[in-house]
Design a protein. Structure first.
Length: 87
């Protein structure tokens, strides 16, 4: 996987969807690819598994991209995401 400054490392990215009430995983995905666009697919999967959009999503600023937020909005899912701090 290509990391910062085009350095190649053996690495994996993992995403998971977890029920916060019971702390049970409802879905997961592990890849060796850049995962900056992975949240949208996980949201679609969670919506399908739960048959609902009545849930909230928390993810870090690495997924704070316009395309990922657009998917959240289109699905009608409540999101909480850290914002990049201006330097």
């Amino acid at each position: 996987m290509i990391t910062r400054n085009n350095i190649i490392e053996v690495a994996y990215n993992a995403q998971s969807s977890v029920d916060s009430k019971h702390c049970l995983a409802i879905d997961y995905k592990v890849t060796n690819e850049n995962d900056s666009k992975a949240i949208g697919d996980m949201l679609v999967s969670a919506k399908t598994i739960l048959n609902s959009t009545d849930f909230s999503v928390l993810y870090d600023k690495g997924f704070n991209t316009g395309s990922e937020i657009k998917i959240d909005i289109e699905l009608g899912i409540n999101i909480m995401v850290a914002l990049f701090k201006a330097v």
